[in-house]
Design a protein around this ligand. Structure first.
Ligand code: GDP
Ligand code: MN
Length: 384
């Protein structure tokens, strides 16, 4: 789960990372008050969960509160579009913060490196631009330092890293303590990533986080109830947000064949078989063990919220899950939903005979293997 910039900065500040003064609001007149309180030299920033807000026109500097307020009024409710997010996102909240005087910009992040199975520090003196761009054009400018899970970071490693990254001498000690604090925040929040870009060096030699991004491991949200409350608001896709509210494991993939399976492995296999049959998966959806009719219905509804979906493939192996319950749920869903899309179901396992009886004569087409089912639904979707 991604946190907004203002939430990220709050978290980092609690762990001693310097961040600019500021406040978040969704009200333009409130924005003016915040700007006045900060003395008028402010930056107004759209709080949307996408990169490249600067280029998209969602970040602007002002020298007086009237202009800041006028921009805030314009920005709230606007759809911001960037090259990373062509559909864009509506701005609901804005951050009004004191402008940081920037002499130099750096990049610093703590993130999980799955290849080496450790968290790493990523550091570069090439801040301000997207790190992917730096990685492409000047990969040597990015320094990576693995964090030993037992011993943590040693001072000598950090000193070497800031030197190798060509952080200017006067900022090195500050950068080292910032990295240590970032690691503390990263661990306390069960984060997958904390990133500061740009990490600004002011003309009077102070290091401060001008921007911050934090992403928390979804599996740890039960330990972070305060963020959990906002998790459905901050999902990037409206269907994923609805899935969050319903407690369903759903990821939108952008293709045309909706998929329901039980168990992540079976769902992954379904994605592969749909792709192998020449189709494109619309989603990942794990209905979970012991799926009752009501839940299956909720899952079908969710998938059909995606207008791109041209066919539905159901792949259930009943262990804990009773296949007849699934069949009932699917039928109930389609009785109530206004759709004509083709549906293919491969069901196997506990109570399969009862399940097949329930589906017999319905619009749901049975398949005996996953491969056969995938091919059938891809062909049907193409024909429809
Ligand atoms: P992003 O584009 O979504 O990463 O948003 P950022 O918060 O990084 O803002 C984009 C750019 O605006 C930054 O790279 C800076 O160059 C500039 N910027 C943002 N905040 C400030 C600030 O307080 N002072 C100055 N001088 N520039 C800022
Ligand atoms: Mn940034």
């Amino acid at each position: 789960m991604k946190l907004h910039e203002y939430q990220s900065k709050e978290l980092l500040a609690r762990f001693g990372v310097p961040v600019p003064q500021g406040d978040v609001t969704s009200d333009p007149s409130e924005a003016k008050k915040i700007a006045e309180k900060l003395g008028g030299n402010v930056v107004v920033k759209a709080q949307v969960l996408m990169g490249g807000r600067g280029k998209a026109g969602g970040v602007k500097l002002f020298t007086n509160s009237d202009d800041a307020a006028a921009f805030a009024k314009d920005l709230i409710g606007k759809r911001l579009v960037s090259n990373q997010n062509p559909t864009g996102m509506i701005v609901e909240k804005i951050l009004v913060a004191e402008t940081v005087d920037i002499a130099k910009e750096f990049y610093v992040a703590i993130l999980l490196d799955r290849n080496i199975q450790k968290s790493i520090v990523m550091l570069s003196a090439e801040g301000g631009m997207e790190i992917e761009e730096v990685a492409e054009h000047n990969p040597d400018a990015i320094i990576k330092l693995a964090i030993d899970p037992a011993y943590g970071l040693c001072d000598y490693e950090l000193r070497k890293a800031v030197t190798d990254a060509k952080i200017p001498k006067e900022a090195r000690n500050q950068m080292i303590s910032m990295i240590k604090n970032l690691v503390k925040a990263y661990e306390a929040a069960d984060a997958e990533m904390v990133e500061i870009n740009p990490c600004a060096l002011t003309p009077d030699g102070k290091l401060i986080a001008a921007d911050a991004k934090v992403s928390i491991d979804d599996n740890s949200l039960f330990r972070h109830k305060d963020y959990q409350a906002t998790s459905s608001d901050s999902a990037e896709d409206p269907i994923e947000a609805e899935a969050n509210r319903r407690g369903i494991a759903y990821v939108k993939l952008g293709g045309q064949i909706g998929i329901i399976g039980n168990g992540a492995g079976l769902v992954m296999q379904s994605l592969d078989e749909i792709t192998a049959a020449g189709g494109t998966p619309a989603n990942f959806l794990d209905v979970g063990g012991g799926a009752q009719a009501e839940r299956v219905k909720s899952c079908v509804e969710l998938i059909l919220m995606d207008p791109e979906v041209k066919g539905l493939f159901i792949n259930i192996f009943g262990g804990i899950t009773r296949v007849d319950e699934v069949a009932k749920g699917v039928l109930a869903a389609f009785e109530q939903l206004d759709t004509t899309i083709p549906v293919v179901a491969r069901i196997e396992g506990t109570a399969v005979e009862e399940g097949r009886k329930i589906l017999a004569g319905s619009r749901i087409i049975p398949a005996s293997t996953v491969q056969e089912g995938a091919k059938m639904i891809v062909d049907l979707a193409k024909a429809s």
